[in-house]
Design a binder for this molecule. Structure first.
Ligand SMILES: Nc1ncnc2c1ncn2[C@@H]1O[C@H](COP(=O)(O)OP(=O)(O)O)[C@@H](O)[C@H]1O
Ligand SMILES: [Mg+2]
Length: 290
């Protein structure tokens, strides 16, 4: 498909930059985030790195701090949250120090996200074509016709075949699965270096979850995208990821290759998470193990 190659082409220099350096794409160092006056940190002294081409799964139970960590990287923490300490570097640049204009310029071109709730992330009063087109024109000067071509190609790439018709749809006219396909198209439009997907299928019908995961896997692999995907679902992580980080109580308690962590977990919490995924009920109680 000629149009697919067109959109997949990496940005100039990106490939050479990869081989020229082993420096991580994303480096999070001693990051702590608190909400309000809570004594306990939601993200507690977290450090890790992500290299280009890694597909990292962040797994952990609800409330373990996964979304807070993702929001800190994306600089979309709610007002109640404070970054108490730490650094977040993208290609050596401290994201926490970026001013709003600089942040706008890296959003979607360097870091993009697939949200949990596609409906809440789309504007109900504009067509999806218009919203996709706006994402392109925020960063590139193109004619209306060029933008339409890009938008239609992007929609086709996420499996929306009748793109010329569908781009005129309003969000409410599409199914949940279709809307999430649109969000994936939107996230990939400007070829970001890092894609962050926070529970990308949680809001979808079970029947379409597998299709959306497969689409995400195919798009990420085809464009050699670096991925950080968050899920409480070990199945989703094992489908998509080469590496896994396990979060518990605001901390990363285990990390390693997906093959190691998912087959030979060392931390008791990871073991109980995997048992739960297999339908075996075990509970992890830190008091007992500590
Ligand atoms: N807006 C908020 N205000 C106050 N506390 C919050 C807020 N969002 C999350 N928290 C708290 O921070 C902790 C981590 O939450 P979160 O990052 O959403 O976890 P996860 O995504 O793993 O479910 C939880 O204890 C949660 O109650
Ligand atoms: Mg969450």
């Amino acid at each position: 498909m000629a149009d697919a190659r067109e959109v997949d082409r990496p940005r100039k220099g990106a490939v050479h930059a990869v081989s020229a350096t082993d420096a991580p794409l994303l480096a999070v160092d001693a990051l702590s985030v608190h909400y309000g006056r809570a004594a306990k940190a939601a993200v507690d002294d977290v450090s890790f790195t992500i290299s280009r081409g890694d597909r990292v799964g962040l797994v952990g139970e609800s409330g373990s701090g996964k979304s807070t960590l993702a929001s800190a990287i994306l600089r979309i923490l709610p007002p109640a949250a404070t970054v108490k300490s730490g650094r977040i570097e993208l290609d050596g640049e401290n994201l926490l120090a970026l001013k709003p204009a600089a942040l706008r310029s890296i959003r979607s071109t360097r870091i993009a996200r697939v949200p949990q709730d596609p409906l809440g992330s789309l504007n109900p009063v504009f067509t999806i074509g218009r919203q996709l087109s706006d994402v392109v024109s925020a960063h590139r000067k193109l004619s209306r016709r060029e933008r339409t071509t890009l938008v239609e190609e992007a929609l086709r790439q996420v499996g929306i075949g009748d793109a010329a018709v569908k781009r005129r749809s309003y969000p409410h006219e599409l199914s949940g699965g279709m809307r999430q396909r649109v969000m994936i198209a939107m996230a990939l439009l400007n070829h970001p270096d890092l894609l962050i997907a926070d529970e990308p299928t949680t809001a979808l019908d079970v029947t379409v979850q597998a299709q959306v995961i497969e689409l995400l896997r195919e798009r990420v692999e085809n464009s050699a995208m670096t991925l950080l995907v968050i899920s409480h679902d070990v199945g989703v992580i094992s489908e998509l990821c080469t590496k896994v980080m396990v979060m518990y109580g605001g901390r990363i308690v285990e990390q390693g290759s997906a093959a190691d962590v998912l087959t030979r977990p060392t931390h008791p919490y990871t073991r109980s998470l995997l048992d739960a995924a297999r339908g075996k009920v075990t509970t992890y109680s830190p008091e007992v193990v500590a």
